[in-house]
Design a protein around this ligand. Structure first.
Ligand code: PLP
Length: 383
């Protein structure tokens, strides 16, 4: 089976993992701060706070921004469920904004009109979580303008988008947002097996996330409330154990050294797909001006009015031919859990149309030219 995505683990990665296993610290040692420094340098941002998953980092980001019961978070329905669940963990309410037909990202116009309406009703969101779907950066200046006008905070769910750029800035620099989140799950661009990180330029937000990822405990003299014995520590908030360990961080450092190469390989494979599929009645994801996608996913849309076969049929046929095509994502509001929360089918028509037309083709750095030609040929035969 050709998977839709696959990690690349090298001898260098394995050596680094062994080195840490043979060292004094398996967790809470020097590797996590080192990984954080390297990510911060890569993204040109002041702080990075690692955790045990992208989902944990999203939760920490919401907590650090003070999200609580009665608050409202908006995100896109075309994302992994974690982008919405992080709000629910904080007992806040979640709502969605429909997507743009061409970028597959949250639609800026739809966001703008929903904000206008929300202001009228006195129900503005505290946080908007934008997702750079497939690694394609959204127009962050527009989002920032709306945030200035309507007073919401911005989290970038960039779980697909480490290595992408927007107007020559690296995604994760937080020039136009409060916090950016990356995931290092094996299907993502680089991996720490499981793992995530949050970047920010705000030192208070970074400190909040550091405390909350480790039980809300501090050992810092400047923070503890009384003169302390050397063994003293203090729990000041209800935190979690969301720590990344040293083995993961060392793997992350090793992987990060190949990130730019990976993105280049992904972009090359993507341009072959685009060239070869040009004549078929389908569309590809639109890369907006002055952005460079990291191409975490290669998504096509079958134009349902031109093609008799549905995306479901094509995915099934490709899988019979040992090509693991996939669909990212099932619109979050259509999940049974969200239906129970009161979301209705038909509420986000663009997201639902996307779901009937989209499919994800295999794309990862080590996808061979032969395998890619086979995928392209199978697709041409089917459509
Ligand atoms: C993968 C992913 C997450 C969650 O990351 P984990 O590391 O698997 O917890 C969140 N949001 C998006 C958009 C993702 O793709």
């Amino acid at each position: 089976m050709i998977p839709y995505g696959k990690q690349d683990i090298t001898e260098q990665d394995k050596e680094q993992i062994l080195r840490i296993l043979n060292s004094d610290f398996l967790t809470q040692g020097p590797q996590v701060p080192l990984f954080e420094t390297k990510i911060a340098e890569y993204c040109n941002v002041k702080h990075a706070v690692a955790s045990n998953s992208g989902t944990s980092s999203l939760h920490l980001a919401c907590l650090a921004l003070g999200l609580q019961e009665g608050d409202l978070v908006w995100t896109t329905p075309i994302t992994f469920v974690a982008s919405a669940n992080c709000a629910l963990y904080c007992k806040a309410d979640i709502d969605f904004v429909d997507i743009d037909r061409h970028t597959f990202n949250i639609c800026v116009k739809a966001l703008q009109s929903k904000l206008q309406e929300a202001r009228r009703l006195g129900k503005l969101p505290k946080i908007v979580i934008v997702v750079h779907m497939g690694g394609f950066p959204i127009d962050m200046k527009e989002i920032k303008n709306l945030s200035d006008k309507y007073g919401f905070r911005i989290i970038e769910d960039a779980c697909h988008a480490i290595g992408s750029t927007y107007e020559k800035t690296q995604t994760g620099c937080c020039k136009f947002s409060d916090i950016t989140i990356f995931s290092f799950h094996p299907v993502k661009l680089i991996t720490t097996i499981e793992g995530g990180i949050a970047t920010t330029n705000d030192s208070q937000l970074a400190r909040n996330m550091q405390l909350l990822r480790s039980h809300g405990i501090t050992r810092d003299d400047a923070e503890i409330t009384r003169k302390a014995e050397p063994w003293y520590y203090e729990q000041q908030f209800l935190g979690y154990n969301y720590r990344m360990n040293d083995v993961q961080a060392a793997l992350g450092i090793s992987q990060l050294s190949r990130l730019d190469q990976y993105v280049n390989q992904r972009r090359q494979l993507a341009s072959s797909y685009i060239r070869e599929l040009e004549e078929l009645p389908l569309s590809v994801q639109h890369e907006i001006k002055e952005t460079r996608s990291a191409y975490h996913l290669f998504i096509i849309r079958i134009n349902s009015s031109d093609v008799k076969n549905s995306n479901t049929f094509i995915i099934e046929q490709l899988r019979k031919k040992k090509i693991h095509a996939n669909l990212h994502y099932i619109p979050v509001h259509t999940q049974p859990y969200f239906q129970k929360l009161g979301f209705k089918m038909g509420a986000y028509p663009e997201a639902e149309l996307y779901y009937r037309e989209a499919l994800t083709l295999p794309l990862f750095p080590k996808l061979s030219i032969d395998d890619q030609s086979y995928i392209i040929q199978c697709l041409k035969d089917l459509i």
